[in-house]
Design a binder for this molecule. Structure first.
Ligand code: FES
Ligand SMILES: [Fe+2]
Length: 447
């Protein structure tokens, strides 16, 4: 460990135009432990979507960092979340990634719990010669201290000391609205499960979605495939984008409080977006401005563990830190309920092209993450320089694009695509520093 003061790992000196992050932030196992404790265990974390657990008894298993979580719909129809650990000896209770059950029975000694977390059976209790002290113990599952949802996205916190979810998200809510309002009848998850791990730090995925700069180099082969298709070769049925046109568009970014940020790019070919056939209906309900924003490419980060990517096809991604150099990714392709089969096919081809672990783009990102992680072991490397682009264009508060949406970001940036700003990464690293320092100094983070 480099043994800097915690605050010095993020070197943020706006007046001098300096923003750097020390490589140990991505590679030091001690810092990783502190992140779990001071960031993941003290913030709202994304858990899942309401539509994943629509019926009583439906459940999914998730994680907040190292804590397994059981997210379920109880028989009263309410969403509940518990620490997915049996109070008897601490076994992980539900082990499947999803299911529907009236009772969760622990695989070890068979204690059973209902979907409201109540212990309904201590196996062979009567013959157990238990003392009365045992009966005074609470045998139920431990409920998550905080659970809330916004527009069908469910978040939980292992700490009770967090602001309301609305306050935590702030104006980032507008970008959740732009994802969840894309259908008159609501959104659903396209069936299937995408989960994979990569051998690198969780923040590399976090950074990547805010990082337009890598697109033309990392994803050159993806663009090459798109270009071939435009010449009539390969899977010409897929609705590929004309990247040359795309890279001539105006782009921008917003940074919000609490680590959230987003980047946007004007749409060169709105007709290639799967919502385009129904854009008139969307416009009638949500207005022309919001409809136009839904057509733009948008990547949003909801700190610390969730992204809404809508640069080609809409999807929700969440990452789980497993070790300093190991991360699990989950990707949910979400789509309008009642979408026509033709449009759904079009959406899925776009999704597979870019986002699947077997697609043309995501694997290139993953390879880069692992290469970065290797680089962080290099002798002589200290502060990284990938946070500077665009600093000279940062404006405090809202710019014209933000005013269109009536939002108040902390900072806005706007320019041509080749600006490829890296300033959106300032928001999460400022929050990283704030939470880590507050944790270390025993200070309160949330007022
Ligand atoms: S650990 Fe669950 S019943 Fe024993
Ligand atoms: Fe990428």
């Amino acid at each position: 460990m480099t043994m800097l003061d915690l605050g010095d790992y993020v070197d943020d000196r706006p007046r001098e135009g300096i923003f750097r992050v020390h490589r140990d932030v991505y590679s030091d196992p001690d810092l990783f432990e502190l992140e779990l404790k001071y960031i993941f265990e003290r913030s709202w974390c994304f858990l899942g979507l309401d539509v994943e657990i629509e019926q009583p008894g439906d459940y999914v298993t998730r994680w907040i960092a190292r804590t397994p979580i059981l997210l379920t719909r109880a028989s009263d129809g309410e969403v509940r979340a518990f620490i997915n650990v049996c109070p008897h000896k601490g076994a992980q209770l539900a082990v499947a990634h999803k299911g529907c059950t009236k009772y969760h029975v622990c695989p070890y000694h068979g204690w059973a719990f209902d979907a409201a977390g109540q212990c309904v059976d201590v196996k062979d209790k009567a013959a157990g010669a238990y003392p009365s002290a045992f009966d005074r113990e609470d045998h139920n599952l431990i409920a998550l201290p905080r659970l809330a949802s916004y527009r069908g996205l469910i978040f939980g916190s292992l700490s009770a000391d967090v602001p309301s979810l609305e306050a935590y998200l702030g104006d980032m809510r507008t970008f959740i609205d732009l994802a969840m309002d894309q259908a008159p009848d609501g959104m659903e998850i396209v069936p299937g499960r995408i989960a994979y791990t990569y051998r690198a730090n969780w923040k590399l995925q976090m950074d990547n979605a805010m990082d337009q700069y890598h697109l033309t180099s990392t994803h050159a082969s993806y663009m090459g495939v798109m270009e071939k298709r435009s010449r009539g070769q390969g899977n010409v049925g897929a609705q590929q984008f004309d990247w040359k046109k795309r890279l001539e568009q105006e782009c921008g970014a917003f940074n919000f409080a609490n680590g959230h940020a987003m980047i946007w790019l004007n749409q060169a070919e709105p007709q290639k977006r799967p919502i385009y056939p129904r854009i008139g209906e969307i416009e009638a309900v949500h207005g022309a401005v919001r409809a136009q924003w839904m057509l733009k490419a948008r990547n949003s980060l909801i700190f610390p563990n969730m992204q809404i990517a809508d640069a080609t096809t809409l999807n929700v991604r969440t990452f789980r830190p497993i070790a300093v150099d190991k991360t699990e990714m989950r990707v949910h392709c979400i789509a309008p309920k009642g979408e026509s089969p033709e449009v759904r096919r079009w959406r899925l081809r776009q999704f597979e092209d870019f986002f699947m672990p077997t697609g043309f783009a995501s694997p290139d990102d993953t390879v880069c993450f692992e290469s970065l992680q290797t680089g962080y072991n290099a002798h002589g490397l200290d502060y990284l320089q990938g946070y500077y682009r665009g600093i000279e264009t940062v404006v405090s508060g809202a710019d014209g694009a933000a005013r269109e949406l009536a939002i108040e970001p902390q900072f806005s940036v706007r320019g041509g695509f080749d600006l490829n700003m890296e300033t959106s990464m300032h928001a999460p690293y400022r929050q990283w520093r704030r939470l880590m320092c507050a944790g270390m100094n025993g200070e309160k983070v949330w007022s």
